[in-house]
Design a protein around this ligand. Structure first.
Ligand SMILES: NC(=O)c1ccc[n+]([C@@H]2O[C@H](COP(=O)([O-])OP(=O)(O)OC[C@H]3O[C@@H](n4cnc5c(N)ncnc54)[C@H](O)[C@@H]3O)[C@@H](O)[C@H]2O)c1
Length: 431
């Protein structure tokens, strides 16, 4: 039976390498479509949790994991030899930056080496990790062809960027259009067949490089536009204009404008990191990606700007940062999720502590936080707790926060998210 037929009849055995924010929802979606899916992760603790039917990703309910595991449709394991049984492999491992802000592709290389070890005829391999254009061709393809197999004939290789948006209730794995670029036209067609069994819209493109570049353009677009919003916020501050009112009014234009908002800085695994994959690749070919670098600088300085606002708020009460008690509201990088990776709240905590403040945090999604050498616990948000602090910094606007109660009880507030929109009080210092 050909792979295409096996896929259409749900007979194919699928596998996903890397069961994080991207890989786990994908594996569960495949299982829901009726496939048997091997989920492989090097983190034994995560695998053990999944085997017990427990999810650690907010958008994936534990009940869905438990049902898929019980039905034998989702098989979490640390053992790469299950790849021998798999007809397809989706690689969803991390792609961070190293200390010098260059791409760290070591996770991709490690996963590709395992795939190469077990590669069999007819297998379809798809890289989903965000990475620079050329990765699939330059890093994965040579590993898979090393033993003499031919791509597009003996096995199939494609890149398909993951666009998952954690916490988005409308757009999830199934209904986010999937861009797919194969090494050969047959590779593209085979990868499209896989995704069409599960996802609503599949968008084929002409090559892996185009597909890789699509993702980086999307994230660079966000980084640059957020940078513009942040720079506009700094400018409006100088001019004594409310930037939030400006953006809301500009957004009434029905064409040619898309609102982006200022904030305490970029966070998460994607927007602060991915554009540097592109600028690194650009540099290699002698091209200077100036927008990317500039947006990185503007966005990277936002935590310092917020600290200046805290100084201002405390000044209004004749207090210094040193010795003040400060409460940071929200430590995840965006509202209503639990992910604290690259969160600007962490920069704020660090900067304020360096200046001698005593900083605590509250976050309904993050009960505990290991940061800057110690374990911290979320402070329960009560009127009495709010009154204990000299300044409250709204860093993430979680839906659970009761803004009326916060405004009524906090002594002073720095609002970096316009969470207190429309509220007028001398206590509030806006970004
Ligand atoms: N989180 C997002 O919102 C998002 C959105 C779009 C794209 N992406 C991209 O998707 C990729 C994965 O991101 P994520 O957020 O899911 O990361 P993650 O850290 O949540 O998950 C990655 C998983 O891979 C595992 N892993 C690491 N090395 C491995 C290996 N060699 N073999 C098997 N498993 C391995 C880790 O233990 C972890 O569980 C990254 O390239 C990221 O940029 C992420």
């Amino acid at each position: 039976m050909t792979l295409e037929t096996k896929l259409k009849q749900r007979q194919a055995k699928l596998s996903v390498i890397g069961l994080g924010y991207v890989g786990l929802p994908l594996a569960i979606e495949f299982a829901r479509a009726g496939f048997t899916v091997y989920g492989i992760d090097v983190d034994a603790a995560k695998v053990a949790q999944l085997q017990r039917g427990r999810s650690y990703v907010g958008d994936v309910p534990s009940a869905d994991v438990a049902a898929a595991v019980r039905a034998g449709r989702f098989v979490p394991t640390t053992d790469f030899s299950v790849l021998k049984k798999a007809d397809t492999v989706n690689i969803c491992v991390p792609t961070p930056l190293n200390k010098t802000k260059d791409p760290d592709v070591s996770y991709i290389v490690a996963a590709a080496d395992e795939v190469a070890r077990y590669l069999k005829k007819g297998q379809l391999v798809i890289l989903e990790s965000t990475t620079y254009p050329g990765t699939t061709d330059e890093l994965i393809l040579p590993r898979l062809t090393a033993r003499g197999m031919t791509v597009g004939k003996d096995f199939f290789l494609a890149f398909s960027p993951e666009r998952v948006d954690p916490g988005n209730a409308v757009y999830q794995t199934r209904n986010i259009p999937k861009v797919v670029g194969g090494v050969t036209p047959r590779c593209t067609a085979m990868a499209c067949t896989l995704y069409r069994q599960t996802l609503e819209t599949v968008v084929p493109v002409s090559s892996t490089r185009v597909a890789e570049m699509v993702k980086l353009l999307e994230n660079t677009f966000r980084s640059v536009n957020i940078g513009l919003a942040n720079e506009t916020a700094l400018l409006c501050d100088r001019l004594g204009i409310d930037v939030w009112e400006v953006i809301d009014a500009a957004a009434t234009k029905p064409f040619g404008f898309m609102p982006f908002y200022p904030g305490p800085g970029l966070g998460g695994h994607c927007i602060p990191i991915d554009p540097f994959y592109l600028s690194w690749k650009a540099k290699l070919s002698g091209f200077e990606a100036r927008f990317i670098e500039l947006a990185g600088q503007v966005n990277g300085h936002m935590p310092e700007h917020v600290v200046r606002r805290v100084v201002e708020a405390l000044n209004g009460r004749s207090r210094s940062v040193k010795g003040s008690k400060i409460l940071v509201l929200g430590v995840s990088y965006k509202a209503n999720i639990e992910d604290t990776r690259e969160s600007p709240s962490l920069d704020l905590i660090e900067l304020l502590e360096e200046m001698g403040a005593s900083v605590e945090y509250t976050d309904p999604h993050v009960p505990k936080l290991d940061f800057a050498g110690r374990r911290r616990k979320s402070v329960p948000l009560t009127p009495a707790a709010l009154k204990r602090f000299d300044c409250v910094v709204i860093a993430t606007n979680h839906a659970e926060f009761d803004w009326r109660e916060i405004l009524a009880n906090a002594r002073s507030i720095v609002d970096t998210r316009n969470a207190l929109k429309g509220k007028k009080s001398p206590k509030i210092v806006r970004l």
